[in-house]
Design a protein around this ligand. Structure first.
Ligand code: TA6
Length: 300
């Protein structure tokens, strides 16, 4: 669909407009009385979300690349249909392909409370079927308001049960990593991926003073990022997700990645609502699986 057709079919005055921001990269620019958000059609990737009167809640690297087939550093990358390396083929892309392929807009609407609803569907192609030979349409429903609501919905239309890994790999903007703590995972078991993989139990809230890469398992509780610097708490409430990933690359890894900028890692933390490792989801033929996450912000 051309940009003109996209705007004719799906633009909504005072809510949604489509723009091309780089060669081959189109965004839905969402703006309503509650918040602003930009979502790229590639990856159905929420790049920004800023409720009115707030600093941005979602972190986007100033060095993020917007190019066909490339993942974006920051925002809400969708990891699907696997999380991390592919279990059987190391050549397949880490975190699946959903974040780097085109998605189409299926619906936009202004809701009565003046929030904005958008539905995206991943466009299946020979390239996606070569990596995941199953008929399993996946959609992303996004409601932009004072709260950001995101639902990743997978339908298994194939004859076999599917084993799915997934995450909303959300990057949060924080004042400084030294000034925040994460609550909600106290007492949970996690797989520690820094150094020799190990299994540990979380004691107290999470404070970050070096590289952190952890998959907390069997956890459905809300997480709260308490940011003393910005005097706000970001709440992450979820359903259909039993893992939570906490990640900050710290200096060396961030420098190697090349798209964080100097000390960029200090202003972000990923708290990812996921289904990974022993929490992979089995979706039976004909079944629908939903992972739904709501982000909100309160002053502290
Ligand atoms: O979710 C944490 C993680 O899996 C880390 O291991 C980390 O390297 C990362 O995601 C970022 O991955 P990416 O492929 O986006 O560079």
């Amino acid at each position: 669909m051309t940009l003109t057709e996209l705007n004719q079919r799906f633009a909504l005055s005072n809510h949604v407009q489509f723009k091309e921001i780089a060669d081959g990269i189109t965004i839905a620019e969402v703006s309503n009385k509650h918040a602003n958000s930009n979502i790229t059609l590639q990856g159905a990737h929420i790049a920004t979300w800023q409720p009115r009167g707030q600093e941005p809640v979602i972190w986007l690297s100033p060095y993020a690349k917007f190019a066909p087939g490339k993942s974006i550093r920051g925002g809400v990358p969708i990891c699907w249909p696997w999380f991390g390396p592919n279990a059987t083929d190391a050549k397949l892309p880490g975190h699946g392909y959903a974040r780097t392929v085109p998605w189409e807009v299926l619906e936009t609407k202004a809701l009565p409370d003046d929030t904005t609803f958008l539905r995206f569907g991943l466009v299946e192609s020979d390239a996606t079927l070569a990596q995941w030979p199953h008929t399993s349409p996946v959609q992303l429903d996004v409601t932009v308001g004072k709260t950001l609501r995101v639902a990743l919905v997978t339908v298994n239309m194939s004859k076999d049960a599917l084993v799915l890994g997934e995450a909303l790999h959300t990057y949060f903007a924080i004042s400084d990593v030294a000034k925040m703590k994460i609550r909600g995972l106290e007492g949970c078991e996690y797989l520690d991926k820094v150094g020799e993989p190990a299994r540990r139990t979380q004691q107290g809230s999470i404070e970050i003073e070096s590289e952190v890469d952890r998959v907390y398992i069997n956890t459905e509780a809300d997480c709260i990022i308490e940011d003393a610097g910005l005097k706000r708490a970001i709440r992450i409430a979820k359903a259909g997700s039993r893992s939570t990933v906490v990640w900050n690359p710290w200096t060396e890894k961030a420098n190697k990645m090349g798209d964080f900028g100097e000390n960029g890692f200090r202003g972000m933390v990923c708290v990812e609502s996921a289904n990974a490792f022993e929490n992979l989801v089995t979706v039976k033929p004909g079944e629908t699986h939903r992972m739904v996450v709501e982000y909100s912000v309160n002053a502290i």
